[in-house]
Write a protein that binds this ligand. Structure first.
Ligand SMILES: C[S@@+](CC[C@H](N)C(=O)[O-])C[C@H]1O[C@@H](n2cnc3c(N)ncnc32)[C@H](O)[C@@H]1O
Length: 550
């Protein structure tokens, strides 16, 4: 496989090519461009594929395309941690997104290819699918279905949906540790649509606009369509004539998210950033509520009956919208926050089956949940709710995901050590820094230690702007020792502030304390992995230094 070589017209005739392109509007364009260049690629890369079904040629083509597509599809966290590492894959989400983007490019090239090219592209398509299946096989989690817990309400909702145009290859069941989930009824392949929902069933701002509530709310300053929908749902859930009655009947009486944590759970979070996140989110919501109530109930008691607009009911609606809504791009190009009956049963996974689902298909006027990896009959089909940290998932969704979450980062405030105006800095340098569990890293060598390079480079620059090369010189190694000792001090303090694990209230059986204690356990694991990396790094550097002196 060769990339972008000059070919004679005769040779060109024997080849076809696929264009992989980094979007100029990508907010991470500069950083990705640099990473592409470091790997020998341009931002627009024409990958030529020979008109030969030689399997070695094809798999080399796919390998090159995958290298490029992975970088194009990186998100900020993946780029920060993976930028300098030659990783086999950056994250399960990135790998699936990259492979599926190649699959879509190959499929669209297939539609207007000539007969001979078609055969090669077909082989490339099959190879890409094999690669997806292989990756899926190696990166999956098992979920356990809890038999006999399925209630009639979910069946009724599914039936209502099917009567109104929903097409589903999923059924609803109880999943251990995650409430209800969506299970494949049959073996589903990559590219299959697991669920398709007509836009007519989606709950979005248009519904509020048809009510008398809207005329009151539109006159208020700063009232977003999300707030309007939230207020609408507080009333609609009690409306026995609602067209969404069957949907509202399936919703829980109480949501168990971080926003409902009691005092013991909050106290258990002492020393973690989650404590601040939850307190700030709750204060924000309380302020929003106080801005609207009791004023709206006093002025329009017929539209906002006081018994439906209590703080508890407001919090319930906030938890509903935070944990169940999806942002959908409609055919008019507008992004709207929506509730989507039936799709609301899909749980989140770090190894998702459905990665891209936020766009209305204008040809069918439906939302399609297309599989980015296979899902066999009886297996739970999961979404990616987004690149969310566990602290966000606890606060707004109320759960800790299974498996190692690549988005569990600890942001670091290192006092403007990296300022973009610094001489020599470029737009591809980082101005904010973070760490995460060092088990994600594949580079434990000297100058890396499993820690993120942008962070270490920033510390090096701050200590000694002259010592930027990663070469085994005594002055560099002395510098490394100081950096690693500083890090040990920072993360030892962080560990101390998390408190003694033996004092965690593990016997407490309330859902919120359990979640808080599990979160703290996770946090200690992350900090402990960083401390281990620093200790190992120090040993490594001291050993090298002793060889020089010895
Ligand atoms: C959109 S709903 C999904 C359906 C939900 N399980 C139910 O029974 O209604 C989102 C909620 O599902 C739960 N959930 C989603 N993914 C989960 C996971 N991986 N583990 C545990 N709970 C999960 C959380 O309670 C979250 O707030």
């Amino acid at each position: 496989m060769e990339v972008d070589k000059q070919l004679s017209p005769d040779e060109l005739d024997k080849e076809c090519s696929i264009l992989l392109e980094l979007d100029e509007n990508d907010p991470l364009f500069d950083k990705k461009k640099k990473l592409l260049q470091d790997n020998g690629f341009k931002t627009k890369e024409q990958v030529r594929i020979k008109r030969s079904s030689d399997p070695i040629w094809l798999s080399t083509s796919l390998k090159v395309m995958l290298q490029i597509a992975r970088i194009i599809k990186l998100d900020e966290v993946e780029l920060y941690f993976g930028g300098e590492e030659q990783l086999d894959s950056y994250s399960p989400r990135n790998e699936l997104d990259a492979l599926n983007s190649i699959l879509q490019l190959v499929e669209s090239s297939l539609s207007d290819a000539c007969e001979i090219t078609k055969n090669v592209l077909q082989d490339l398509r099959n190879l890409t699918i094999d690669k997806i299946c292989e990756f899926a096989e190696e990166n999956s989690l098992k979920t356990t279905i809890v038999e006999g817990q399925n209630s009639d309400k979910e069946k009724q909702l599914l039936q209502w949906g099917e009567n109104n145009g929903v097409k589903t290859r999923l059924q609803i069941a109880c999943v251990e540790g995650a409430g209800r989930g969506a299970i494949a009824r049959e073996d589903l392949k990559v590219g299959d649509t697991a669920l398709e929902i007509p836009t007519s069933l989606i709950i979005s701002e248009e519904l509020v606009q048809k009510t008398d509530m809207y005329h009151v709310l539109e006159k208020l300053e700063d009232t977003s369509s999300e707030t309007m929908l939230l207020l609408w749902s507080m009333k609609e859930r009690h409306n026995t004539d609602s067209q969404y009655k069957i949907y509202f009947d399936t919703l829980p009486e109480d949501f168990h998210t971080g926003l409902s944590f009691g005092i013991s759970a909050v106290m258990s979070l002492y020393g973690t950033l989650l404590l601040d996140e939850i307190m700030q989110a709750k204060e924000h919501l309380r302020a929003q509520y106080d801005k609207l109530f009791p004023a709206l109930c006093n002025e329009h008691p017929d539209i906002f009956p006081p018994e439906l607009y209590t703080w508890e009911q407001f919090l319930w609606a906030c938890e509903l919208w935070y944990s169940n809504s999806m942002k959908i791009m409609f055919a008019d190009g507008k992004l709207r926050t929506c509730l989507i009956p039936i799709a609301g049963f899909l749980n989140h996974s770090i190894y998702p089956h459905v990665v891209n689902y936020g766009r209305v298909d204008s040809a069918t006027n439906t939302i399609k949940f297309r599989l980015s990896r296979p899902c066999s009959a009886g297996q739970e089909c999961c979404l990616s709710y987004g690149n969310l940290s566990t602290s966000h998932l606890v606060t707004f969704y109320g759960f800790l995901p299974q498996g190692y979450n690549p988005y569990d980062v600890i942001p670091l405030d290192i006092g403007g050590a990296d300022d973009d105006s610094t001489e020599g800095s470029s737009t591809s340098e980082w101005t904010t820094h973070m760490v995460r569990g060092t088990w994600f890293s594949e580079n434990w060598n000297i100058f890396y230690y499993g820690l993120p390079s942008p962070f270490l480079d920033c510390l090096r620059r701050a200590r000694n702007p002259m010592l930027l090369t990663k070469t085994l010189l005594p002055e560099n190694l002395e510098n490394e020792i100081e950096i690693l000792e500083d890090l040990l001090a920072i993360f030892n303090d962080m560990m101390d502030s998390l408190g003694d694990a033996d004092l965690d209230d593990r016997k407490n059986t309330s859902w919120d304390v359990k979640l808080a204690v599990d979160f703290k356990f996770l946090q200690r694991g992350i900090v402990s992995s960083i401390l281990t990396s620093c200790h190992k790094g120090l040993d490594l550097v001291k050993h090298e230094l002793s060889k020089m002196h010895g």
